[in-house]
Write a protein that binds this ligand. Structure first.
Ligand code: ZN
Length: 213
């Protein structure tokens, strides 16, 4: 993923938990580290307000919005208080901030639905946060399979729509046959529309913060 952005001026709150509603919007309802989406994880209750610089070591940054990220509970707990370096690029260990570092420069797709490090610090993050844990590999595989299935469905329906249109152009058709073909074509077109709408909305958040207050 390319460089991410937080909103510049959120309202000020004395509790960092209050920022969760803004963070989930700013980071597209997705864990900034492993990439799991709220809809795959069960909603915002499985996500945490992540302190890029751990609050135990940097208490002054506990409610500083530029230090906050949106992360799933698993990545958040694996990272914990670990903070080996203030300069991870030079030291080759530590954590990259997705708002400061373009993760595409550090991570790439690997074999068998793993993510692979292009840099030493990326390898450190993969190791410490278990970014190739079996659940994430399954999720990456499911995403790919679902995308392939969707593409195959669309291609199949479009082929059939073309065949039906061509058949409807046959002047020798009886009115009864014509109406049956037209009905079939309308049904297929409606199915394609419904399926495409559902596909385009698959990353719309299914959960609201109110579900968990
Ligand atoms: Zn995560």
């Amino acid at each position: 993923m390319a460089l991410l952005h937080r909103r510049p001026n959120p309202p000020r709150h004395s509790s960092y938990q209050r920022y969760k509603a803004y963070l989930r919007e700013d980071f597209a309802y997705t864990c900034v580290y492993c990439g799991i989406h709220e809809n795959e994880a069960g909603g915002p209750r499985y996500f945490s307000v992540e302190h890029y610089r751990p609050k135990s070591r940097f208490p002054a940054l506990t409610t500083s919005y530029p230090n906050l990220l949106y992360a799933c509970g698993v990545c958040n707990s694996y990272k914990g208080d670990d903070w080996p370096s203030d300069d991870p690029l030079t030291d080759g260990e530590g954590y990259l901030d997705p708002c400061e570092h373009d993760f595409d420069q550090h991570f790439e797709p690997g074999r068998d639905f793993r993510v692979a490090g292009k840099t030493t610090v990326a390898d450190y993050m993969i190791r410490r946060m278990h970014l190739n844990r079996s659940m994430m590999r399954k999720i990456r595989r499911n995403r790919q399979e679902e995308a392939e299935l969707h593409q195959q469905f669309v291609a199949l329906v479009e082929r059939n729509l073309n065949l039906l249109s061509a058949a409807l152009g046959n002047a020798a058709l009886l009115p009864q046959q014509q109406s049956e073909l037209q009905q079939e074509l309308d049904t297929l077109q409606a199915q394609l529309q419904r399926r495409t709408a559902a596909w385009n909305e698959r990353w719309e958040p299914m959960f609201s913060m109110d579900d968990y207050r």
